[in-house]
Design a protein around this ligand. Sequence first.
Ligand code: RIB
Length: 322
Amino acid sequence: MSSTHLSSSSAGEPPRIVVLGSLNMDIVLRVPHAPAAGETLLGRSVAHIPGGKGANQAVSCAREGGRVAMIGCVGNDAHGRALREALTQDGIDTTSLRTDGAEPTGTALILVEDGGQNRIVIVPGANAQVEIDEAALRQQLQGAAFLVTQFETPMDQVAGAISVAHDAGCKVLLNPSPVQPIAEPLWPCIDTLVVNEIEAHALCGQAADSPQEAALAGQALRAKGVARVVVTLGARGAVAIDADGARHHPAPKVKAVDTTAAGDTFLGALAVALSEGQSFDEAVRLGIRAAALCIQQPGAQPSIPQRDAVLHSPMPPDWIAL
Ligand code: RIB
């Protein structure tokens, strides 16, 4: 751990977290089921809701008590202004959120079925215009506990930012979604990798559908150079893998209304808890409780809980060593 990490947590101040990522306006259609090819379906409702993996993760970090700065890009349009305003309302620093004059704000079309499962199509728009200013980023990462990022912004920019963070001694928490191959030199620059079953399989070639399989996939991912891995398993919770082995953390049983942003909520709670010095297992447990609250509410950012609500939510069952 670098001295900057020690100083940020030992001062008792909220941990500083820098998020590089996407902002999307989610167009959410509630549907009885996903339409088949050629089928026309009557939807139940339509709503425009602030989303995007990067912005959702920033909001989750902020609602967990982190001091958050967001790096990203929106279009010069009403959606872009609404997304910026949503972050500001959560106290997130948007100084490094650029407005692009040519591309529209990113859009996600989300179909939510009655059971809460979703299907998402993203049109990146301005998210594809994100460009890292390496010197400014290095400055911004001074004293930050984590750089949090995903793959909804250009891969070369994400890779560059990860390298800068690593060189600056700032830990990297990566959620490689939507999944793409990760270049070999980048793996050792990642402190914590959070993947779902599909992403784990794509990155290491091993199935991760059960907790036991996820443990093996997590070890395979660690062998590439990452310190810690979390494989999220939806209603079955998550598996935490580090140098001490693998533990299955079951999720509390709740009725899912909409699973959108559950992973983002988990990740924000995990990032802040780790930044506060909580153990890996306690941080995963907090993330699972936060995600369980998230899926009981519709939409992305409106469903992300505050830390107080998470602390008052039911405890999940104890974890199981694998
Ligand atoms: O993780 C959920 C998010 O994925 C949605 O808010 C949508 O915008 C897509 O980025």
